[in-house]
Design a protein around this ligand. Structure first.
Ligand code: ZN
Ligand code: ZN
Ligand code: FE
Length: 776
């Protein structure tokens, strides 16, 4: 007879871990106890030596689907006389909670069967869940994860549900959101007689008749309409003031999805994963055997698809019998609505009807957006997928900051970037990056950010030692209310990109990073001319505390400042003027009113009126897209580049390589440059000679990738490192990313990409933490 104790940390609470241990102990005829503690799960087991080792092996090998062990220690202790059975004992509330809240999880197959069993007590019940599935993060107020700390606290369990909850052999043992039609939440359509199941059927019926519905979901409201109905989609776009940005759709199942998009094994794996993200899939050549509306994704050949992840979705999609548009329930720029009253007010002008429920959403969380990495160039260690938005399903799972055994660094809070904001808080060796918060351009989003910072700090129970902010001067004011007493430091935007991609790849020594994105402020101590950065080669040695810009793209004017970002034709016109190409420019694609405004641009630049300079790679894509007539004005960020990438996909054959030469000391304080002027000039010439738009788009991608690779190679010679991190929103361009990785490898360089964070500004908060840990 032996007795052993195990202390297990990781994602082990609220995921069916204790009943799993209980069943194992029964299987091996062991006695003992299991309980939740402040650092995870503590268990003691007693029995024959062989049974104990079989138990220990099964513990690791048969882990429940949602559980994850991050550390486990084992010790021999003295046996207890006369212990009868194995028992689950009450949780001890502790101070420092090392346990992790699980992200929300898609409905499991067992629960789906319950939902479809006409004789069962959960037939068509939209809040069916169990220990292996259901809401977690979005309904949890505080730790430890117990019903009383969730928005289920106001629904006392009925006797049947309580029996399940208390039975360790039941799938719903300690399932905190456990509920049934008798005791749990309900759905209804306000100002109508439609309740529970009738409300779902009525919503489906009206959607099929062209209505726009606001449907309360897991992490917020969705605006929903029939994805095959042009006029419904057009009406939704008009009401949401979102003319072109792609809309996600939800399909009832894989078979339905296959009717509209091409699904390879990679996409299928992502679509079916527990996280159920929106997955960008290629639209079928015939754009949908079943006739998906062309307005869903007018700018690209990709469609964002997801499968149902709550019982309510399953019922709604089955009843509707067609794919539905499911887009965040907000007006452009605001965070997704989460309360019933809030939604009725904010979405009242958009939705024709509301499908509400009374299980409160405590933590707002949007749908995540992912795509598999494409291309034959995938090598060992490469990321297999790209995150475009990391939120529901992934948050709050932590990212590793340092290896076991390495010293633990101070907890740091990173407040992220202004656009696509996330925040990040570290604890021990892990970093917790928040869900996508959005653009900090209105009070609602700033309030959402503050809420998430407080929530993260309280569930993790850490007080950060320092706060890292973006160097943009506006940022300091916006976030002054968050931990005002803590020491603060600022980090330039592209340096944060560099730290983020290197941190994700566990590189803390010398490395280069190509940070390619829209725009980022650079303070005067980094750039005496205060030009706006956005196409930079950064040398970074985190351990040595070194971070410097070593290379940069050519400068372009932004005539009209912010207006030039919304109207890329202005950037193109400014470049044509500066390169003395306007004289030979016939048939520019500008519209009549743009022609008029264009006449003023040379003067604006000449007199330096609101025409800042930028080295932004994103703006170069904008300028080329405008020159080619693909996108003169944008209605969402990245639109011009998306159209340019889409156009290059229509070209056949090997791309022409146009000149984009390397420059030594292009300007003060910059050692290496790329002559992007030469590339723009070459595209203009080829366009005049009648080269097709797709061929030019393709030549631009290939030539620029060639230029970036040469720039990185020159940086590698200078700094003696072969590692090249790739970060920034431009890296969402899969065609460019594939080319660039190939061209870097051809030169003996090693590309490093993001693995679990988006390359866009969603990664900035993590980079701030990686840097901050070594700088306070
Ligand atoms: Zn389940
Ligand atoms: Zn019940
Ligand atoms: Fe950025």
């Amino acid at each position: 007879m032996q007795r052993k104790s195990f202390s297990i940390s990781g994602r082990v609470q609220g995921v069916g871990f204790r009943p799993f241990v209980f069943r194992l102990a029964e299987r091996y005829a062991l006695s003992g106890t299991v309980r939740n503690g402040p650092e995870g799960v503590l268990l003691e087991v007693q029995g024959a030596e062989a049974a104990l080792s079989a138990f220990a092996a099964s513990l690791v090998a048969e882990l429940p689907p949602l559980a994850q062990i991050s550390a486990m220690s084992e010790a021999d202790i003295s046996p207890v006389e006369g212990e009868g059975a194995f028992r689950i004992i009450a949780s001890s509330a502790g101070l420092a909670h090392e346990v992790l809240i699980s992200p929300d999880v898609a409905t499991c197959d067992d629960c789906l069967n319950d939902l479809r069993e006409p004789a069962g007590r959960r037939y068509r019940y939209p809040f069916t869940n169990c220990t292996n599935c259901g809401p977690r993060y979005t309904i949890t107020r505080a730790m430890p994860y117990d019903r009383a700390q969730t928005s289920m606290s106001c629904f006392p369990l009925c006797p049947d549900c309580a029996a399940e909850y208390n039975n360790p052999r039941d799938r719903r043992f300690h399932a905190q959101p456990n509920a049934c039609p008798l005791c749990g939440p309900k759905v209804w359509i306000p100002d109508s007689a439609f309740e529970v199941d009738a409300a779902i059927k009525e919503t489906a019926r009206r959607l099929c008749a062209g209505a726009i519905a606001a449907v309360k979901g897991l992490g917020g409201f969705h605006l929903v309409c029939d994805a095959t109905d042009d006029s419904a989609v057009a009406r939704l776009r008009a009401a949401k003031e979102r003319p072109h940005k792609p809309l996600a759709i939800m399909c009832a199942n894989m078979d339905e999805a296959r009717r509209y998009v091409d699904v390879s094994t990679d996409e299928e794996r992502l679509l079916m994963s527990l996280e159920r993200p929106i997955v960008l899939c290629p639209a079928r050549g015939d754009n949908a055997g079943g006739g998906l509306s062309k307005l869903i994704s007018p700018d690209t050949a990709y469609i964002g698809v997801m499968l149902p992840y709550t019982p309510l979705h399953h019922l709604l999609l089955e009843d509707a019998g067609r794919p539905l548009v499911m887009t965040s329930g907000n007006r452009g720029g605001e965070p997704i609505a989460l309360g019933n009253r809030e939604a009725l007010t904010r979405l009242g002008g958009i939705a024709d009807l509301f499908l509400l429920h009374n299980r409160d959403i405590l933590i707002r969380t949007d749908d995540s957006v992912l795509r598999p990495m494409l291309g034959k160039s995938l090598q060992d260690g490469d990321a297999a997928l790209m995150y475009l938005r990391r939120a529901r399903g992934f948050v709050p799972a932590p990212l590793a900051l340092s290896a076991q055994g390495a010293p633990i660094l101070a907890p740091i809070l990173g407040l992220g970037a202004e656009l696509k904001n996330t925040v990040c808080l570290s604890r021990g060796r892990e970093a917790f990056v928040s869900q996508h918060i959005g653009d900090l351009q209105n009070i609602e989003t700033s309030a959402f950010q503050a809420e998430i910072v407080q929530h993260l700090a309280s569930v993790l129970q850490v007080e950060p030692k320092g706060v890292v902010l973006d160097a943009h001067p506006d940022f300091a004011n916006q976030s002054s209310g968050l931990f005002p007493a803590l020491p603060r430091k600022t980090l330039q935007h592209h340096f944060a990109h560099a730290a983020a991609v290197l941190g994700e790849n566990a590189v803390s020594g010398p490395a280069l990073v190509l940070a390619l994105d829209g725009t980022g402020y650079a303070p005067p101590d980094l750039d005496a001319d205060c030009n706006i950065w956005g196409g930079e080669l950064i040398f970074c040695d985190l351990e040595a505390g070194r971070m410097e810009r070593t290379g940069s793209l050519g400068l372009m004017h932004l005539p009209g400042g912010e207006a030039a970002i919304r109207q890329p034709w202005r950037i193109a016109h400014g470049l044509l003027h500066r390169l003395d190409l306007l004289d030979g420019a016939k048939n520019l694609p500008w519209l009549p009113e743009q022609e008029k405004a264009a006449d003023l641009i040379p003067q604006m630049i000449g007199r330096d009126i609101n025409s800042p300079l930028t080295s932004s790679a994103g703006r170069l894509f904008d300028a080329v897209a405008a020159l080619l007539g693909l996108c003169l004005e944008t209605s969402y960020e990245g639109q011009a580049a998306i159209r340019l990438e889409d156009a290059q996909g229509k070209a056949a054959g090997e791309p022409k390589i146009l000149p984009c030469p390397l420059l030594e000391n292009p300007r003060a304080g910059v050692a290496l440059g790329l002559d992007t002027d030469a590339l723009f000039r070459a595209i203009f010439q080829a366009m005049k000679e009648g080269e097709s738009v797709p061929a030019l788009a393709r030549a631009f991608h290939a030539s620029l990738a060639e230029g970036f690779a040469e720039l990185a190679l020159a940086g590698s010679h200078r700094h003696g490192t072969r590692l090249v991190g790739l970060s920034g929103g431009v890296m969402q361009n899969m065609s460019l990313l594939i080319l660039l990785k190939e061209k870097l490898r051809e030169r003996g360089l090693t590309p490093l990409t993001h693995h679990r964070l988006p390359p866009n500004d969603g990664c900035i908060s993590f980079g701030q933490v990686v840097w901050g840990q070594r700088n306070f």
